[in-house]
Design a protein around this ligand. Structure first.
Ligand code: DGL
Length: 267
């Protein structure tokens, strides 16, 4: 099994590009295959069963057709809905990394955080996965979660750093459940695109946790441990979408600083 095989990364749309770009910065010689499931976007208001079905199909494509050596579920909603099933299916063959566990580790290691808030899609919040993992690992940590269902679609449509995103964020972030938090987890991979606006809302008083770098570091550790780091210095990235959208093309340019060819792939 060659270590020069690519790493498969997927999300419902552009959100996972925040993770893919962080992987690329940390592991520049690795090749990536990115799959944006734009035909089924947003994942955040769909049932766990349906999201799990999408995640299984994408993973099969990345492993069977694209021969990936590791899978990064660059989406909180899909991590909440499908991680355990994917991990168990591929145990012993390829590592499957989710975006939730590395973030839990990051937050619990921070002694200054006494009350943590998360903002996420409806499906992630209702799965209770963050709450359950924090409670198990650090029971004294206070926890609150807020579903912010408009944000992923707003970002996907290119509405960020403008008056519309500011008004929507003000409405969500003034919710009393987020009162007195010391830290806020951006528990949706789309949200790093509005991190500055969120930070500005809290006037820098709340530590904002975004998973992109954390997940990239976790992946590097796993590839090292499993002796899977690539040996060639020529990396090649490929981008697939299940439906072509202009937002996706624009976002790939922002993250990868060059024109990216998008391939349409209906699964
Ligand atoms: N980026 C995804 C996440 O991390 C979901 C956005 C969506 O499709 O609703 O949860």
């Amino acid at each position: 099994m060659s270590n020069d095989r690519p790493i498969g990364v997927f999300d419902s749309g552009i959100g996972g590009l925040t993770v893919a770009a962080a992987i690329q910065r940390l592991l520049p010689s690795e090749s990536l295959i990115y799959f944006g499931d734009t035909a089924h976007l947003p994942y955040g208001d769909k049932s766990k069963e349906l999201i799990a079905e999408y995640a299984v199909n994408i993973t099969r494509f990345l492993l069977e057709e694209k021969k990936c050596k590791a899978i990064v579920i660059a989406c909180n909603t899909a991590s909440a809905a499908a991680y355990e099933a994917l991990r168990d299916t591929y145990k012993g063959s390829v590592p499957v990394i989710n975006v939730i566990d590395p973030m839990i580790e990051e937050v619990i290691a921070d002694a200054d955080i006494k009350k943590i808030g998360i903002i996420a899609t409806k499906t992630t919040v209702s799965s209770g996965v963050y709450q359950e993992k924090f409670a198990r690992r650090k029971p004294e940590l206070e926890f609150s979660a807020l579903a912010t269902p408009l944000l992923a679609s707003m970002i996907e449509e290119g509405f960020y750093n403008n008056t519309i995103s500011e008004a929507i964020l003000n409405e969500y972030l003034s919710n009393p459940v987020l009162e007195n938090i010391d830290g806020l987890v951006l528990a949706c991979t789309h949200y790093p695109l509005i991190k500055k606006e969120i930070d500005a809302f809290f006037h820098g008083r709340v530590k904002i946790f975004d998973s992109a770098e954390v997940v990239a570091r976790k992946l590097k550790g796993i590839l090292e441990k499993e002796s899977l780091l690539c040996t060639s210095s020529v990396s090649k990235n490929e981008f697939f979408v299940s439906d072509y959208t202009r937002a996706f093309e624009a976002a790939t340019k922002i993250f990868f600083k060059k024109e990216i060819h998008l391939e349409l792939c209906r699964l």
